[in-house]
Every structure is written in structure tokens, then in C-alpha cells.
Design a protein around this ligand. Structure first.
Ligand code: COA
Length: 152
């Protein structure tokens, strides 16, 4: 099943937050709804969703397209960034993660972005293996951060 990649629309809000929760991407200090709202204030078109096609059941009822994947890209003028890459657990291994990354990279490249960076939590070696298959490598850097706004 191929997915259709498009920019986020307001109607996706709850579904995307639930997708992130089901994919283990949310943390108590990271309110997904606030993260969505912040992104909508800045480069909203780089918040992408992957929608499964509408389908028709045996009884003739139609299911509308359902968001099964997401990625939040950003470009700060120096590096492109990837956050919230997520594929519905029921739809993994179907190429959607790769499709979402390719869609994000295409948009970043169109903005003139020379390199994409991303961060992976240390307890997520599966994601590292996935990104390495897509051509990413571990940079010799220490990632540092400091919280400015607490969502908790
Ligand atoms: C990581 C994730 C996005 C991968 O999505 P996916 O749709 O299952 O990945 P794809 O089907 O596009 O796989 C692309 C390639 O990566 C490989 N791959 C996918 N998951 C992998 C894993 N856990 N370990 C090793 N390889 C993996 C696939 O075999 C495939 O290889 P191929 O093209 O040679 O066949 C998905 O597992 C996910 O949402 N995980 C939870 C959220 C997460 O960790 N996000 C990243 C945060 S940094």
C-alpha cells in the first residue's frame, strides 16, 4: 500500500499526536499538541503526514484516508533537522518510513539545505539501524540541550 505524503492540516492534530504516542515518541516534558502548535507557527509546510488511501469494505462502506506516518522537518539556514518520524506500528516494514524521509529530504533540498541532522534517543538502536540503511551515519559529536520552556 502506497501512502500519499502531504503537509499537515488542522484536522490531523489529534491523529498525529496519538500516532506519536503509539510510537513512543512523546515524553512527559514534551506535550505533542504544543509541539504541533509551535511547528504550525514556523515552517508549517515541513510537518508532513503520510496518508493511507481510502478503502471500501465488503459491505460497501468507505473508509477515508487515514494518517499512518509523520515526519517533522526543519531548516535553520545551516542544517536541516528531522523530528517525529513515526510509522503506525500496524504499518511498519512497508516502506513508509523511507517514503517519509525521502519526502522530507526532497523538501529540504529544495530549500538549499546542504546536510540533514537528526537525534536518536540512546534507547532506540532500531532507529539507528533504520537511518543507517538510508545512508545516515553517526557523527562524532555530543548532542547537548537546555530546556527553555517546560511543557509539564
Ligand atoms: C523507524 C521507523 C520510522 C521505520 O519505519 P518503517 O516504515 O517500518 O521503515 P521502512 O519500512 O521504510 O524500512 C526502510 C528500511 O529500513 C529497514 N528497517 C526498518 N526498521 C528497521 C529496524 N528496526 N532495524 C533495522 N532495519 C530496519 C527496513 O528493513 C527497510 O530496509 P530495506 O529497504 O532494505 O528493505 C518505525 O519503526 C517507527 O516509527 N519507529 C518508532 C518511532 C521512531 O523510533 N522514530 C525515530 C525516532 S529518532
Amino acid at each position: 500500500m502506497a501512502i500519499h505524503v502531504r503537509s499537515f492540516t488542522p484536522g490531523d492534530r489529534t491523529r498525529v499526536a496519538r500516532l506519536w504516542e503509539s510510537c513512543g515518541l512523546t515524553r512527559p516534558w514534551n506535550d505533542p499538541y504544543r509541539d504541533i502548535d509551535r511547528k504550525l507557527d514556523r515552517d508549517a509546510e515541513l510537518l508532513l503526514v503520510g496518508e493511507a488511501p481510502a478503502s471500501e469494505a465488503a459491505d460497501g462502506t468507505t473508509t477515508t484516508g487515514r494518517v499512518v506516518a509523520s515526519v517533522m522537518a526543519g531548516y535553520d539556514g545551516h542544517r536541516g533537522w528531522i523530528n517525529y518520524l513515526a510509522v503506525d506500528p500496524d504499518h511498519r516494514g512497508e516502506g513508509h518510513g523511507r517514503t517519509m524521509m525521502e519526502a522530507a529530504e526532497t523538501r529540504l533540498l529544495a530549500l538549499g539545505c546542504p546536510k540533514v541532522n537528526l537525534q536518536v534517543r540512546t534507547d532506540n538502536p532500531d532507529a539507528v539501524a533504520f537511518y543507517e540503511l538510508l545512508g545516515y551515519s553517526v557523527d562524532p559529536v555530543v548532542s547537548m540541550g537546555r530546556r527553555l520552556i517546560s511543557d509539564g
